[in-house]
Design a protein. Structure first.
Length: 182
């Protein structure tokens, strides 16, 4: 559990209305979590906390960049992060049970009497969710400095071989016999 002070918001003392928080997240932030499959994270997280009388809404805006390994050629691939996530937080007597039973993933309960909101785990989760499932450079980008040239050569070779197979297709060979018939 990451309970560093800067990621702990004392919401009880907040006035009703919108409050803004900004966080700069780098690789150090992830030391407290399991190992990551990205590096050089330079993320900005803007949190807009709207305090209402009986609940709070949290809007996380994730921006910035990080580097992943391309799934196809395994070279370093820079990614832009841009995503936003909304959470509604309510106080509940049996928060733990409520969280277990809640089907809406954007709904979260904290125990009544709680005074601080721990947001590090959300930041961790949302940065990870901002990364696409399939991390590959596009074919066009394979010319760029971030992609492995040999992978591109291999793809090129494969498509040439495919064309050659079509050329040698026996159906066409068979038809060629009729060419000299007239
Ligand atoms: Zn690649």
């Amino acid at each position: 559990m990451n309970r560093r002070r800067e990621y702990s918001i004392p919401f009880v003392g907040l006035k009703p209305g919108v409050h803004e928080y900004n966080y700069s997240i780098d690789d150090k932030f992830f030391d407290d979590f399991q190992s990551q499959d990205f590096k050089n994270c330079k993320a900005n997280v803007k949190l807009l906390l709207d305090k209402k009388s009986t609940f709070m809404t949290l809007k996380f805006e994730i921006g910035g960049s990080l580097e992943v390994n391309c799934d196809r050629c395994n070279s370093q691939l820079p990614l832009e992060l841009w995503d936003e996530f909304n959470i509604t937080v309510k106080l509940a007597e049996d928060a733990e049970l409520m969280n277990e039973q809640e089907e809406d993933p954007d709904m979260y309960y904290i125990p009544q009497g709680e005074s601080h909101l721990e947001i590090a785990n959300w930041i961790y989760e949302f940065i990870n969710l901002s990364i696409p499932m399939h991390k590959v450079c596009t074919y066009e980008n394979m010319n760029g400095p971030h992609c492995n040239k040999s992978a591109k050569e291999m793809l090129k070779k494969m498509s040439t071989e495919e064309k050659e197979i079509k050329k040698e297709n026996p159906i066409w060979k068979g038809l060629e016999k009729f060419k000299d018939l007239d």
